[in-house]
Design a protein around this ligand. Structure first.
Ligand code: NAD
Ligand code: UD1
Length: 343
């Protein structure tokens, strides 16, 4: 297969930056569209450094219909990977309209332009949050879907829009990739996750405690019905996740319609196992208190990654030790992420 020219929305972000590198390594030609609302051009510069070539990028907002139209008129794309969006669960509860507008209207603008310009191959960033009300601990793609917060609702609505669109026109090929818990960083230590505020998610919080930016971790709940009482999740190394996007893109010609694939490892690890792995990788103590459960959390959520293995010929290669080692390399080499200290 020849290389594809791929518009990568949100390509400067955490998962996008790793995927852009993986696309180049696989012989494709990504073009980033990002408004840098939650990322830095420095990430793109570093991806370019790792790839040994400059990365084409456009600074722009998907809410800007004219800009999106222009990008497609000039872009000559074969496919799109759509990462751009807002992703903080707590914030989405406080600012639902901002979340619905940014995530859903952006996607509609993108889909309109794709349709107009005959670019009907799309890989979309969905989330395991769509299994939030299923009650299942090991998730297959056909479970009944439901979510407990506005962020999750945007993912679910977009999945529905994509299903309806694919049903209306058989020339669409759409992958709905349901990520479990993306963590870790590229093994170079040059690119990684760089949350702007106090991290909401476990792994960036743990790494900021290890590097001395935060005092201690609050473990949300020690009385879940799990082996050690703390929550269990499927932590997937971001480099494996990036490879999953390349696999989906390359498999899509064989899959007309809209289809969901889980991207996870199939293995669960508890919050305390994550803490211990990070202590081993960093050689630092990670102090923590066990506090109340966080509203909306479930005890355990792990992928059944069988469909992706069979249909995308993809599986996660890395485990928790790799996640902790690479996550620590990124955090210790870049204690303040892409910003200079004091910025
Ligand atoms: P991220 O915030 O690092 O990346 C998103 C990127 O989109 C950022 O670079 C941001 O500047 C850009 N962006 C936001 N709104 C935009 C707009 N209107 N126009 C143009 N660019 C815009 O997030 P991430 O962790 O890399 O997540 C990527 C995608 O994967 C998101 O859709 C997210 O919901 C989804 N996802 C993430 C996780 C996770 O744990 N990180 C889990 C499941 C799903
Ligand atoms: C969260 C989101 C989910 C989103 C995913 C990736 C919620 C309810 N869910 O998943 O929609 O798709 O992130 O962005 O926010 N934990 C602590 N202390 C912390 C942080 C987390 O103990 O400071 C625990 C949590 O209780 C949970 C586990 O660590 O058991 C993982 O939490 P987190 O990293 O936030 O991911 P999820 O909640 O699985």
């Amino acid at each position: 297969m020849g290389g594809m020219r791929v518009l990568t929305t949100g390509g400067a972000g955490y998962i996008g930056s790793h995927t852009v590198l993986a696309l180049i390594e696989a012989g494709h030609e990504p073009v980033i569209l990002d408004n840098f609302s939650n990322s830095s051009p420095e990430a793109i510069r570093r991806v370019g450094e790792l790839a040994g070539r400059e990365i084409e990028f456009i600074k722009g907002d998907l809410l800007d219909v004219e800009l999106v139209e222009r990008v497609f008129a000039e872009g000559n794309f074969d496919a799109v990977i759509h990462f751009a969006g807002l992703k903080a669960v707590g914030e989405s509860t406080a600012q639902p309209l901002r979340y619905y507008r940014t995530n859903i209207v952006s996607t509609l603008n993108l889909l309109d332009a794709m349709d107009t310009h005959g670019v009907r191959t799309l890989v979309f960033s969905s989330s395991a949050t769509v299994y939030g009300t299923s009650g299942a601990t090991r998730c297959v793609e056909d479970l009944p879907l439901g979510t407990t917060n506005p962020y999750g609702a945007t993912k679910l609505h977009i999945e529905q829009i994509l299903d309806d669109l694919a049903a209306s026109d058989p020339t669409w090929h759409i992958a709905k990739l349901r990520y479990f818990n993306p963590v870790g960083a590229h093994e170079s230590g040059r690119i990684g996750e760089d949350p702007r505020d106090i991290p909401n998610n476990l792994m960036p919080y743990v790494s900021q405690v290890a590097v001395g930016r935060r005092e201690k971790l609050s473990v949300y709940g020690g009385d879940y019905p799990t082996a050690d009482g703390t929550g269990v999740r499927d932590f997937i190394h971001v480099v494996d996740l990036a490879a999953g996007h390349v696999a989906a893109l390359e498999a899509l010609p064989r899959h007309p319609g809209a289809r969901a694939w889980n991207l996870g490892t199939g293995e669960g690890n508890s919050v305390l196992e994550v803490v211990r792995a990070f202590e081993r990788a960093s050689g630092k103590d990670i102090p923590f208190d066990i506090v109340e459960r966080r509203p909306g959390d479930v005890a355990e959520l792990v992928a059944d990654p069988g469909r992706a293995r069979i249909e995308l010929n993809w599986k996660a290669e890395r485990g928790l030790e790799d996640v902790a080692r690479d996550g620590w390399r990124w955090q210790s080499n870049n204690p303040f992420g892409y910003a200079e200290p004091g910025e």
